[in-house]
Design a protein around this ligand. Sequence first.
Ligand SMILES: Cc1cc2nc3c(=O)[nH]c(=O)nc-3n(C[C@H](O)[C@H](O)[C@H](O)COP(=O)(O)OP(=O)(O)OC[C@H]3O[C@@H](n4cnc5c(N)ncnc54)[C@H](O)[C@@H]3O)c2cc1C
Length: 235
Amino acid sequence: MQLMKFEKFVVKEIAHESEGIRTFVLAKENGAIPAYVSGHFFLLRLADENGKPVQRSYSAASHPSEPRLSFCIKLKGIFTNLLWKLKEGDSIEVDGPYGVFLLRAEDTERVFIGGGVGISALRSQILQTIKEGKPCFLFHSAKTLEGLTYHSEMEKLAAAHSNFKAHFSLTGETLPDGWKGMKGRVNVAVLKEKLGSLSEKTFYLCGSKEMAAEISNALIGEGVPKDRIKKDDWV
Ligand SMILES: Cc1cc2nc3c(=O)[nH]c(=O)nc-3n(C[C@H](O)[C@H](O)[C@H](O)COP(=O)(O)OP(=O)(O)OC[C@H]3O[C@@H](n4cnc5c(N)ncnc54)[C@H](O)[C@@H]3O)c2cc1C
């Protein structure tokens, strides 16, 4: 077991992505941010109102080439309510990196499937895959357009890089006017329709337990080997 080693960071920017989702951009108080790779997560720690430390895990949404660490976070319970009280300039403790939801060097093509705030780790991995020049595809679904965090950034990336294609799906009852994306949950039928063949591809799933299990079981049913399916299912 690795020993935890929290260090002081400063909140440099808080982007209000939507009603319950914010991106927190952090820089180290002194010195450079720790080395990490796309898919790693960090522990963030704050003191509660009684001074008791509270910590949770968050995937880095930033790419390692970016000068600051960023985290895309959904408001939920104890820790995120503490986070929502932070202002730019406040301190927060950070420890890491950790994790095994990492890109496989041997991949030829990558498919990223995200549910809601699961886009966090995928953003970093997509930037890395574009850089490597490998073909990659994003399938991002959320209830509302607002919940598709980084939607416009992903559209711009897809327009600028021929090796990246982005597909978006809304699962809520009402669709915004002029919505040109997909409707409903991403499933294997959708993947086959958009990707054609599922072979030669490695699948990175980041969503709820239910979504990750459902898609991964269906992919296995289609003959995709288990070692070409990686899951992060904390959403
Ligand atoms: C590797 C990893 C990476 C992660 N990356 C991200 C990320 O990038 N972005 C992100 O937003 N999250 C991420 N998470 C999730 C994150 O770690 C936290 O679990 C999440 O932010 C909720 O923490 P919280 O303290 O706000 O909620 P908690 O207080 O821990 O509550 C969690 C849930 O339980 C419910 N709950 C709490 N108490 C009770 C109770 N008594 N009875 C019933 N229900 C209750 C809450 O309503 C809430 O839905 C990641 C988790 C892991 C393991």
